[in-house]
Design a protein around this ligand. Structure first.
Ligand code: PGA
Length: 234
């Protein structure tokens, strides 16, 4: 297969990804293009409903999704990387140093929630519901970046994909909380409509994503270590 890739001189890849995948998809495409200089790429970032619409209309070569649809869409998909969700607070928040925080304690705090239509929002709401809890939602924001800034502004806590935090350095104002049952383990899927004939470039990119999954996992491990404020020796 690697031999096929060597012959990959020219081609075009249209990738469409769900909003939170924008934190890694451009870099992954960049590394792919470095290996295959003749390949041109386009990237569309949009919300889940639009991604499913485009998938049904066969608008793009490949899709990156946070979960496969529960609706009737016939697709081929595979998991290529983890997508852990953490409760995130300002680093000065007293909970940043605590261990094994019960979810009930998080339900007492102001929570900043993603917009309707977000996959992460659905999982967060289900998690509270299953625990018989009602989160105290202070505001809804349609952007991970806006949520991060709201946490800098001490407006509340939120639940974010660790991918949204990979550029936060050791001096970041943000901290991951050690909440029972967290991180919620989601995964990234690469998908296309069943029966779709894949181009050489598309197949090469699917294969490339497997190796990228390991790199993304290492990046997440480093991010987790940088943003953990609790003291294991305590
Ligand atoms: P979202 O999707 O950015 O729409 O929340 C990501 C996910 O489903 O994990």
């Amino acid at each position: 297969k690697v031999a096929d890739l060597k012959g990959l001189k020219r081609g075009y890849l249209r990738l469409c990804v769900i909003s939170t995948a924008k934190y890694f998809a451009p870099e992954v495409l960049g590394r792919f293009c470095q290996q295959h200089a003749g390949v041109d790429v386009s990237l569309k970032v949009t919300n889940r409903d639009r991604v499913f619409e485009r998938l049904l209309a066969n608008k793009d070569d490949l899709y990156i999704l946070g979960q496969t649809p529960d609706r009737e869409i016939d697709l081929c998909s595979r998991v290529f990387a983890p997508n852990p969700l953490y409760v995130v607070a300002h680093r000065d928040h007293p909970l940043a140093r605590e261990r094994a925080i019960p979810l009930a304690r998080i339900a007492e705090e102001h929570l900043i929630m993603r917009e309707p239509g977000s996959g992460i929002r659905d999982v967060v709401l289900q998690t509270f519901e299953r625990a018989g809890l009602r989160p105290h939602v202070r505001m809804e924001l349609g952007s991970n970046e806006a949520i991060k800034h709201a946490i800098y502004g001490k407006l509340g806590l939120s639940i974010l994909s660790l991918h949204t935090l990979t550029q936060e350095g050791a001096r970041s104002q943000l901290a991951l909380l050690d909440v029972a049952g967290f991180p919620l383990q989601r995964q990234w899927h690469v998908a296309h409509a069943k029966g779709k004939e894949l181009s050489v470039v598309t197949s090469a990119f699917i294969e490339f994503l497997d190796a990228e999954g390991e790199q993304l996992t290492r990046q997440l491990d480093k991010t987790r270590a940088r943003l953990t404020r609790w003291d294991d020796s305590a």
